[in-house]
Design a protein around this ligand. Structure first.
Ligand code: ATP
Ligand code: MG
Length: 391
């Protein structure tokens, strides 16, 4: 028998609904994750109560009513928000993404039928699993399958095509043959979807444990919105862990990555990080840490290893050196140097000399010849001034 452990806050919401004569169930990702044996990361609740009935039932609670028109009341327990949503039937989807209208319903089965995949279309009422589409059996078989006819479901909402690949990658599931066939046949529907939504799903896909298998099998589907996707990039992903940023950089290796990422409306910091991986020279661990934040330095090594630029042994050696340096907390960049421009000005340096002196000190620290403390560094400059050595 399926039993799901529920936090007290969720139990409270379910019992408030029950005490007010309504049905309340958990739906979607949390039920799926619990069936898989994973701890759910959030709990979505669905109910037969209409929006006004929900407002009435939760009148003694702090609530947010911003989603109420679409049937969602956010209930705050402590500071934690929980979305409680009226059972819905979606109307037609004229734009292949958004239903024209939603109708509230009192039938849980109708609400489950509008959901995308069998594993996402289960509900739990605190005692019993409600599973009209065989989600639990698909979990056991590790199969991702559309609820109903895949072609119809993808025509309604093209984003589901990418969601299918995302869940297959994250859960490590295979895509059921009819669902897979419709994914391939209807892939062009992805071109009608807002890129922000595609990009958000792509990142989740790339963080999935099965991303390589999905990329290999469905590259042409992804190329509808990411034509830059290269076969050699996909091959390189095979040798990586679950790091979406590293994988994105590998996939865009042989393309104008900046343009590709801008088309996807990627965040500025992602664009910067990908370009850093593409352009930073791989020398030794100290220089790597001098030019990159430590997380990126490690990623740069992974990037080189995945592309076969360096051997697995060389990568291991570099990672060990990076770890050791990180433990020593050495000075890594000009900003972290124990002296700054003003200190050098006080010693009588001016103009370009200051920048040159700082660069020189940084190099001395990085190479391990000088310790990064103020006294040592100022002493070094004074020594050079006395000896008239170049600065
Ligand atoms: P995650 O762990 O990533 O949050 P999730 O299953 O909760 O996974 P959400 O995108 O948060 O995914 O959606 C919540 C639920 O809403 C899904 O489980 C599914 O039942 C339904 N759903 C979401 N998006 C769609 C969609 N485009 N079409 C049909 N049903 C959807
Ligand atoms: Mg969710």
């Amino acid at each position: 028998m399926f039993v799901m452990e529920l936090p007290q806050s969720v139990r409270t919401i379910l019992s408030v609904l029950r005490d007010n004569g309504h049905r309340g169930v958990l739906v979607g990702g949390c039920v799926r994750d619990a069936c898989l044996g994973y701890a759910p990361h959030d709990f979505d609740i669905a109910t037969d109560a209409t929006p006004p009935q929900m407002q009435q039932a939760f009148r003694d609670f702090r609530v947010l009513e911003t989603g109420l028109r679409h049937g969602t009341l956010t209930v705050l327990i402590g500071h934690e928000p929980f979305e409680v949503t009226t059972f819905r039937i979606d109307g037609d989807y004229p734009d292949h993404r958004h239903p024209e209208n939603v109708t509230f319903t009192t039938r849980l089965e109708d609400d489950l039928a509008r959901r995308d995949f069998t594993v996402n279309a289960m509900a739990y009422d605190g005692a019993t699993l409600i599973d009209p589409f065989g989600g639990q059996a698909d979990i056991q078989r590790r199969v991702l399958r559309c609820v109903g006819d895949p072609a119809t479901r993808f025509t309604e909402d093209g984003l589901r095509i990418l969601r299918a690949l995302r869940f297959a990658a994250v859960l490590g599931f295979s895509v059921e043959p009819q669902t897979a066939e419709a994914v391939r046949r209807q892939r062009e529907l992805l071109s009608k979807i807002a890129v922000e939504r595609l990009y958000a799903e792509l990142k989740k896909l790339l963080a999935g444990k099965n991303a390589f298998a999905v990329l290999r099998s469905f590259a042409d589907v992804l190329r509808v919105f990411l034509p830059e996707l290269s076969d050699s990039g996909i091959q390189a992903v095979e040798k990586t862990g679950e790091d979406w940023l590293l994988r994105l950089a590998l996939l865009l290796c042989s393309a104008d990555a900046e343009a590709a990422l801008q088309n996807l409306r990627a965040e500025k910091k992602t664009v910067r990080a990908v370009l850093q991986l593409h352009t930073t020279e791989l020398t030794d661990a100290r220089h790597l840490l001098a030019s990159l934040p430590s997380e990126q330095a490690f990623r740069r090594v992974d990037f080189a290893a995945a592309r076969g630029e360096i051997s697995a042994e060389a990568a291991d050696r570099l990672r060990a050196e990076l770890r050791q340096l990180a433990d020593e907390k050495p000075c890594l960049s000009l900003r972290e140097l124990a002296v700054n421009g003003r200190d050098l000005e006080a010693l009588g340096l001016c103009g370009r000399e200051i920048g040159q002196a700082l660069a020189l000190l940084l190099e001395e620290v990085l190479s391990g010849r000088l310790r990064n403390d103020r006294k040592t560094l100022l002493g070094e400059i004074e020594r050079r001034q006395r000896q008239r050595s170049p600065i």
